[in-house]
Write a protein that binds this ligand. Structure first.
Ligand SMILES: C[S@@+](CC[C@H](N)C(=O)[O-])C[C@H]1O[C@@H](n2cnc3c(N)ncnc32)[C@H](O)[C@@H]1O
Length: 201
């Protein structure tokens, strides 16, 4: 699919073709590992990974028996996910296109947000919040990794907690009472990502 420049800040397909993907981690995100170990995913029957790229968390969710939807603009990324799932003898629903235009047949239990919100132009953020809200059933959870970045510009665009509290307001989302765990990114100059589970009201 051709990248629509009004919807995307980068030619993501080209970045995958050139293997210029500094956002990728060497394995599962440690927050994913910690959430899974703590049982945070135990109640999930369905989850979407928007802007999944080549993230191994897609196969990990499928391997956990959760109906998984993986969505991305990039043909190369979606083909990578298809191959990886086949190699692991796993299945997931793959959607190639603008994930903000995608809607499920039935509301979902979970959204796993990993370097997607920080990748889209900030003008699309309110649309993203409304979309995630529409995807989830009441009580559904957004597993978010909010990229912390002081400098202006992007991608990645900083997702400060103040900005996230304004974007995901308390009358629509229940915020945890505890401070979020911080996970430095191994290749993006150690920029931390804050792990927050938001519950849709
Ligand atoms: C920074 S990468 C993160 C990829 C993956 N989540 C990871 O952690 O490795 C952002 C991803 O979002 C995808 N993307 C950007 N805008 C999109 C959109 N509107 N719909 C679907 N995917 C999009 C890009 O193709 C890219 O794979």
């Amino acid at each position: 699919m051709t990248t629509d420049e009004t919807r995307s800040a980068l030619d993501w397909e080209q970045r995958f073709v050139e293997d210029s993907t500094p956002w990728e981690r060497p394995g599962l995100h440690p927050a994913f590992v910690d959430w899974q170990a703590s049982g945070a995913f135990d109640g999930l029957d369905s989850v979407i990974v928007p802007g999944c790229g080549r993230a191994p968390e897609v196969a990990a969710f499928a391997d956990a028996g959760i109906a998984t939807i993986a969505a991305d603009l990039s043909t190369t990324a979606i083909n990578w996910q298809r191959k990886r799932l086949e190699e692991c003898d796993l299945t997931a629903t793959l959607f190639e296109g603008d994930v903000l235009a995608w809607r499920p047949d039935a509301p979902l239990d979970g959204v796993y947000e990993q370097t997607f919100l920080c990748a889209i132009p900030p003008r699309l953020r309110t649309e993203y919040e409304a979309t995630v809200y529409a995807w989830l059933k009441p009580g559904g959870q957004l597993f978010a990794l909010f990229m912390q970045k002081a400098e202006r510009g992007g991608p990645p665009y900083g997702c400060s907690l103040d900005a996230m509290r304004a974007l995901f307001p308390a009358d629509r989302w229940t915020w945890p009472k505890t401070s979020p765990a911080s996970y430095p990114h191994p290749s993006l100059n150690g920029k931390p990502e804050l792990a927050v589970i938001l519950e849709r009201r």
